[in-house]
Design a protein around this ligand. Structure first.
Ligand code: ZN
Length: 545
């Protein structure tokens, strides 16, 4: 048999509905792939003409296909690590008994002596209505140290093995600023409160290295592929994270196209060290290829509205003193932005509160005078409560926004109490960004909120909260088309990749997903529950349900 003609497709998806996300947002019936790229888009008849005996043909039977999804701001290592450790939240853990069983399961998987970690328990939600103790886990894990962190992060429970390794006993004096909880006989119960006490044990947990990061990234990639994510911007990497990425890529195990960002400030180092790192960093924005690229510099200058740490222009509800926190002094921010700009890196800056956004935009204006940033796609991460002036400045300097609709769903209930109903309307103001002509891409900031994209995508349409089902800022709703663009093409735009991905058009990378419903026409609430059946990365199946 002769070799297939060069114009014939490797793969053809036919008899479906292809949401192309092209200029006209048009729909097609079929799509073909050749050498990892989209080959043709059209009717089934047209596409079938380009197939041969070697072409793999998939009959979609009416199913919907859309471009692979792009999460424009998350933390990959953090997500992988959160998946690997025990999820102690309620649900799924309904009781201390459940936690014990989960630890027992882990003991079977890990090596003798290896640490078993978990996070998320809240005694109020557990059937026993009490804190877990060392003894609960000694039974199932006598030889492996166990540390389970409470949902708040300020409290841990350690088993006897972990206490022993940490040198915590009846005789250990109470550390300054922390509490070793002890029973009536003076024996530690396993509960350690606040850093100084928790660190007695936590500092004994082996430091993570490149190998660990590789495992976490791989875990995250598999999870992302299973929900239709084919591209991400990974915010805040160290050079060890980047080394892990490169090794995975070499092994052929990187299945999510990644744009890495360098963490500007690492640990609590002096500003000179951060600037030095930027000045000496070997990669400039855009370095890399279609699978792994360096995007730029990630800086963070405030917190979030949920924890009342986002820096606001007006004080938080019920506390005239509280405006949030600025985590980096203004002059240091300028040093970082200038260093990145001069070096040839674009900057993406976490600024949740309005006052933080004003500070960042001001820093952009100043650096713009030193070296123009227009066209270099600097961007704001989170960015609530933009003013008319902010819009204008963003347009003038070509500043874009990475926003996370999922925050409204998962965290929105806490926002109401913290900033009140009026200001809540301007959290994640997607309608305004788009109407003002400012590029806005979507994501989840995982593990801050869960990474499954259809919940986040739906939230940008519905703007409802998880617990109280409160509608938040309905004026800021976007249409389904816009929501899909924010999760595909706009993300690609943020990383200068709009010509190679984000839509299903000939010549672009064949990153596509087959989904179980038509997200354009199904009832609005059903969009949230969309399941991914197959994920293609460059025409190769990386997930199949
Ligand atoms: Zn983040």
């Amino acid at each position: 048999m002769s070799a297939p003609k060069p114009c014939l497709a490797d793969l053809a998806l036919i008899n479906g509905k292809i949401i192309t996300v092209d200029e006209k947002f048009s729909f097609a019936e079929a799509v073909s792939v050749k050498n990892g790229r989209i080959h043709a888009v059209g009717t089934t008849e047209e596409v079938m003409k380009l197939t041969g005996p070697e072409t793999k043909i998939v009959d979609l039977k009416g199913r919907t296909v859309m471009p692979g999804l792009y999460d424009s701001h998350l933390h990959v290592v953090g997500t992988g690590s959160a998946i690997q450790i025990i999820n102690c939240r309620t649900p799924p853990m309904m009781s201390i008994e459940d936690l014990k069983n989960a630890v027992a399961e882990k003991v079977k998987e890990v090596k003798p002596g290896e640490w078993i970690l978990g996070r998320g328990w809240d005694q109020v939600k557990l059937a026993e209505q009490r804190n877990p103790s060392r003894y609960d886990f000694d039974e199932v894990s006598p030889d492996n140290p166990v540390v389970l962190t409470r949902t708040c992060g300020h409290l841990i429970v350690a088993n006897s093995k972990a206490l022993e390794i940490g040198g915590v006993s009846k005789d250990t004096p109470q550390p300054l600023g922390g509490v070793i909880v002890k029973d009536e006989n003076g024996e530690p119960t396993g509960m350690l409160e606040e850093g100084p006490a928790m660190n007695l044990v936590r500092n004994q947990i082996p430091q993570e290295g490149v190998e660990d990061y590789m495992g976490q990234i791989k875990t995250a990639c598999e999870a992302f592929n299973a929900v239709g994510i084919t591209s991400v911007i990974d915010a805040g990497n160290t050079s060890d994270h980047m080394a892990a990425y490169q090794r995975l890529k070499e092994n052929g195990e990187l299945t999510v196209r990644t744009n890495m960002m360098l963490a500007a400030i690492q640990k609590s180092e002096p500003i000179e060290d951060s600037v030095k790192r930027i000045n000496e960093f070997p990669m400039l924005s855009g370095y890399g290829d279609e699978l792994l690229k360096f995007q730029g510099l990630k800086i963070l200058i405030d917190g979030g509205v949920g924890g009342r740490t986002a820096l606001l222009r007006e004080h938080y509800e019920n506390d005239p003193e509280d405006y949030g926190v600025l985590t980096v002094p203004v002059e240091n921010l300028q040093k970082l932005v200038d260093a990145g700009n001069m070096r040839g890196m674009l900057c993406g800056i976490h600024c949740a509160g309005g006052a933080a956004m004003d500070i960042v935009i001001d820093a952009f204006k100043k650096t713009n005078k030193v070296k123009p940033i227009k066209g270099r796609r600097f961007y704001l991460i989170h960015a609530y409560q933009p003013t008319e002036q902010n819009f204008k400045d963003c347009r003038d300097m070509g500043i874009m926004v990475a926003s996370q609709p999922s925050f409204l769903y998962y965290l929105g209930d806490s926002y109401y109490g913290n900033v009140g109903p009026e200001r809540s309307k301007w959290l994640k103001p997607h309608r305004a960004w788009l109407d003002e002509g400012i590029m806005c891409a979507a994501g989840t900031d995982s593990p801050v909120t869960p990474y499954p994209p259809f919940v986040s995508l739906w939230t940008s349409i519905a703007r409802r909260t998880e617990i109280n089902d409160t509608q938040m800022g309905t004026e800021q709703k976007v249409t389904r088309k816009e929501a899909i663009k924010m999760y595909t093409l706009n993300g690609a735009y943020l990383t200068f990749e709009e010509d190679i991905k984000g839509s299903i058009e000939p010549g672009k990378l064949a990153d596509m997903i087959i989904i179980d419903r038509d997200v354009m026409t199904c009832p609005e609430d059903d969009v949230k529950d969309t399941k991914v059946l197959t994920t293609y990365l460059g025409g190769k199946v990386v997930f199949e349900a």
